[in-house]
Design a protein around this ligand. Structure first.
Ligand code: PGA
Length: 241
């Protein structure tokens, strides 16, 4: 594992963006696995800046996102589809047809999971998978469990995740209870994994995930078994390691 330490959130975001920028420069038709949540926003801003400066070209880049709430249409401002457009896609020259997310409106879970796994496979593999980390160690929406789920699946969100995400909704009752998420096998199949973490409240789970036992009770701990992981954190998130 490599560790990239940022002094601040902005510094960490810029350094983490360097990894994705280098990937796109070296392989213009890269497949980027993307993540939502508050942590990657600074990284996306930094990529947009580089695009605006003429340093990056996304015209051949393809993306697959980790997850999507079930039940929210793409134009709902809390859907991850909306988030990606608002925070990245609408500001760079990526082709909409090259961006992929699970379809939160598909009610047939088996069908949607099979479709999304086929979409990911059709890209020929993810070059760099960006991840945030939940306070409970979730990656994507792979919540603590008795086993590591493999492919795309429908999950019931844990109460702690619903609590953590309620800040984005008018009330806790509006937070969707289920989501489609890439599975652990798919995440682990990426050639490189870039996990970003920020803030003191993430320090404990970062330590547990990267230096504690590998267990599905801490889904991110599986990353210890990946040969090419980069942990990018600000000083607070890395303060216990
Ligand atoms: P956050 O979410 O970046 O908003 O803390 C991370 C996650 O839950 O994966």
């Amino acid at each position: 594992m490599r560790i990239i330490k940022g002094t601040t959130y902005e510094d960490m975001s810029r350094k983490a963006a360097d990894v994705l920028a280098a990937q796109v420069l070296l392989k213009p038709n890269s497949v980027l696995g993307l993540a939502t949540g508050s942590t990657p926003i600074g990284l996306y801003k930094s990529l947009i800046e580089r695009y605006n400066n003429g340093e990056l070209d996304f015209s051949a880049v393809r993306t697959v996102n980790l997850d999507e709430y079930r039940g929210l249409p793409a134009d709902n401002d809390q859907s991850y589809n909306y988030f990606m457009h608002h925070n990245l896609f609408d500001h760079i020259n990526i082709k909409p047809e090259n961006t992929h997310l699970p379809n939160g409106l598909e009610t047939d879970a088996e069908k949607e999971c099979a479709r999304y796994d086929a979409v990911i496979a059709a890209q020929g593999g993810v070059d760099v998978q960006l991840l945030g980390i939940g306070h409970n160690g979730h990656i994507g929406f792979n919540e603590p469990a008795d086993h590591f789920p493999t492919g795309t699946h429908l999950v019931d969100l844990q109460q702690s995740t619903i609590e953590a995400n309620k800040r984005f909704f008018a009330s806790i009752d509006d937070v969707p209870r289920q989501a489609y998420t890439m599975g652990i096998r798919t995440i682990m199949s990426a050639k490189c994994i870039l996990l970003v973490a920020s803030g003191k409240d993430k320090a404990e789970i970062v330590k547990k995930s990267f230096f504690g036992p590998v267990t599905p009770q801490v889904p991110a701990s599986i990353l210890q078994l990946h040969p090419n992981v980069i942990l990018a954190g600000d000083a607070d998130a890395l303060s216990l390691i």
